[in-house]
Structure formats: C-alpha cells, structure tokens
Design a binder for this molecule. Sequence first.
Ligand code: NAD
Length: 442
Amino acid sequence: MVSYSDLVKKQREFYLSGGTLDLAGRKKRIETFKKLLIENKKAIDDAIYNDIRRHASVMSDVDYTLAEVELTLKNMDEWLKPRKFETPKDAQYDPSSDELHLVQEPLGVVLIISPWNAPLICSSALIQAFAAGNTVILKPSELDPTYAPLIAKIVPKYFDEKEFAVVEGGVPETAELLKERFDHIIYTGCPPVAKIIMSAAAKYLTPVTLELGGKNPVFVDESADLSVLAKGVVGAKIFNAGQACICTDYILCTPAMKPKVIDALKTGFDALGDMSKVPANARIVNDRHFKRVQGLLKDTKGKVVYKAGGETDEKDRFLPLHLVEVDSPDDVLMQEEVFGPVLPIMTVPSFDAALNHIKRNEKPLAAYIFTEDAEQTRRFVRETSSGGVTVNGSCAHMAGGLPFGGVGNSGMGRLMGRYAFDMLSHEKPICVRNKLKANFAL
Ligand code: NAD
C-alpha cells in the first residue's frame, strides 16, 4: 500500500485527468461493486456475524446495499442529465441568444469513515460517490476485526486504488489520514469524534457529512395501542442488541400510562424467550462497550423493573434487556446515548411536557410516538426536531427511498439515493450567450 498522501494524490490525479467523468465508467464502478457484494456475500455476512453476531441480510447488510445499487443504476442517467432552464426576459438576459443550464459535476476524492455497528451503512455514500463521478477512500472501523481486514483484502481484487481504496486502522491512522486534503468527508459515529473530523476538514474547507446518533425518544400517548408499542419498541431494542443509531433510546409517558406501558413492554420482552441461546442475536461489540453499558446500569439512580431474554454472560458479552424506571432527566440513563439493551422509562406530566423535554435536549436522529390521535401526531412532528419520525413503530422512516440523516447534534447531510448523489455533486449553473448551442451531456 502506498502512503496516505500518495494514495490521495493518485486518486486526485485520476479525477483531474477526467478518469471519473464518463457515464460508462461510473456505471462500471457501481456494477463492479455489485459483483464484489454478490461474489463475497457469504464472507461479508460471516464477518459481520463474527464481529457482532448479527444475523446476515438484515438492514444495512448486503441485500440492503444491493437495493441501493439497483436504484442508482436505474436512475443515474436521469440524475446526470443536464437540465435546461427557461431564460427570463429581463434586462440581464435575452431569450433569443442566451441559454441557462444546470450541470452536475463531481467533487473529487471522497473519504468515508464507517462505524462498526453497521459497516455497510455507508455503502449508500460509496455508490453515490461513484455515480457522481468521485473516487473513494474507505476507512472501516477497527472495532470490526473480521470485516475491516476482509473488505481491505477484497476491494483491491476488483478496483484499482486510483478509483477506490480501503485504508485500515484505528485512531492514529485516521488522524494521519485526516491530515490529507479531501473534497468531501463522510463520517458515521459519535458527536465527540465528529468534532475532531470537522476540525480536520476545516483546514481545507472540506464539506462534511456527519451521520451521528443521540437519544431517540419514544412518547407513548394515552391513546396508544399498547400491543403495537411492545412490538415496535422491543424489536428495535433487540436489533443489534440496541447498538443502532436509530434505536429507541428512552420512553416518556404520563404517570397514568406508566404501569400500562411497563406491562405491555414486559409482554413484549417475555415473547422473546431466552435470547442468550439465540446464536445470531447480536452481542455487545467489545469489552469496553460491555463495561460501558454495565456502568450505565451501575450509575443510574433508577430502578430495574424488569429484565428479560436470559442471564448476563460477560464472557459472551450478552446482556439481557433491562427496563429501568428513572425519576430525573439528570439521570445518567437520560443523559448518555444508551447504545445497548437497556431501556429507561421516565414520566412527564403531560404531552406538552414531553414535547418540551424533547425540544430542549439535543436534536435526536429519530423520534417516535405511539398514538391513535392524529392531532398529537401532527404536533409531535411539527413541534419537535429530529432526523426523522416513525409513528406507531420504530426505524421505519429509514426506508422507501427517503433521505436519511440527522439534524443538529445528530448530524448533517443526507444519505440514500438521489439525496446522497446530490450531496456528493456540485450542481453548476451555466449561462451560454451569443446564440451558441452547447451540449453538456456526458
Ligand atoms: P466511533 O466514532 O468510535 O468510530 C467510528 C469511526 O471513527 C471508526 O472508523 C474509528 O476508527 C474512527 N475514530 C474513532 N475515534 C477517532 C478519533 N479520535 N479520531 C479519528 N477517528 C476516530 O463510533 P462509535 O461511537 O463506536 O459508534 C457508535 C456511534 O455511531 C453511536 O453514537 C451511533 O448512534 C452512531 N451511528 C450513527 C449512524 C448513522 O447513520 N447516523 C450509524 C451507525 C452508528
């Protein structure tokens, strides 16, 4: 492997030479990535299983990524078409001699720093970086000790490093890499590290996309269908053992609702059976995170009201689901992103108090409400700010081709299809004068 500086130089030269411009080349890179995914699906699934014990082919793994590939191949001709605009008749323009166009141009070299909990989640950015005509350097997380070396080994078999390269390493390597000049950086992870990334990017005024997390609230309204609540919340909490950026982090409800909510959740928890015996039920990723989640349980002033899914097994990094009654917004479980199988529940006097709590804390990546009341739903969506909302469920807004991303402390920029394509492109307005007829198609 060449040095980071030589690698970036090589990719930038390829971009500057026009190597990434033509449409056929862009499609070929996406097709090649598709081939890589198909031919190595088992190895990738096994690596993710080995690192986090998550079942293959669920959200953010190979099948999900292939869907983004297909969507892009189907639509990129359209996305890349130069658009012609009507020339206004005013003092500045003459419609008989002037033409207005908008054309897409690539940015250059894109750095993607991906997280361990969903290593393929950044593939939307990767595919759209290719569609938009950029080169990519991917830095997978060192906390995926099987996946990171696997992807680093596979990629050079399919791609020349001038168009796509993988750089392995942890904090020191990432810090070195960030000394280089990139044309866009996409980082997925936590806010404190995002600040380091953004400071490094500032040196070259490099734009950043930050896909972060946060404390995703769940408000249970008095009108909620509680059987729906149990399914929605418990399902999200067991996916990846709660280690998902859009996981249901904590529950708010009124005192009158609390016993009913707890009962409904207990029923949902009980339906799981002994999760410690389910081999593909994700474990906590490493000892540090296991101790961190155990630390939250130790430091909380709250009371564990229910535990389900098996017995704690430190060697296997298995923690059962814990439901914890919490009294104060200052409790550690209401302050830190849980990122594990622990679910705090806190009462608020009213729906307005819940809105107030959500509004006055950092903007989360996702917000959830369980209700049968359309007006409460409207107010929840209008009066709180978050990356996205699912009503009577969880995580479901991260689908259907809608943009995915945070706001405020939960991030900036948008992944998925056209939204990520636009983010990794520069849309350039052109005015051609003097009756010249120009064609900007690729
Ligand atoms: P992390 O921030 O520790 O690591 C992510 C990447 O950053 C890794 O590649 C790592 O090597 C690098 N990194 C870590 N420390 C660094 C430093 N000091 N300097 C330079 N690079 C550094 O990720 P994490 O905290 O383990 O991930 C969990 C967080 O990610 C949660 O907050 C979760 O909500 C969030 N997340 C968000 C999304 C999303 O799409 N929004 C997806 C997954 C995870």
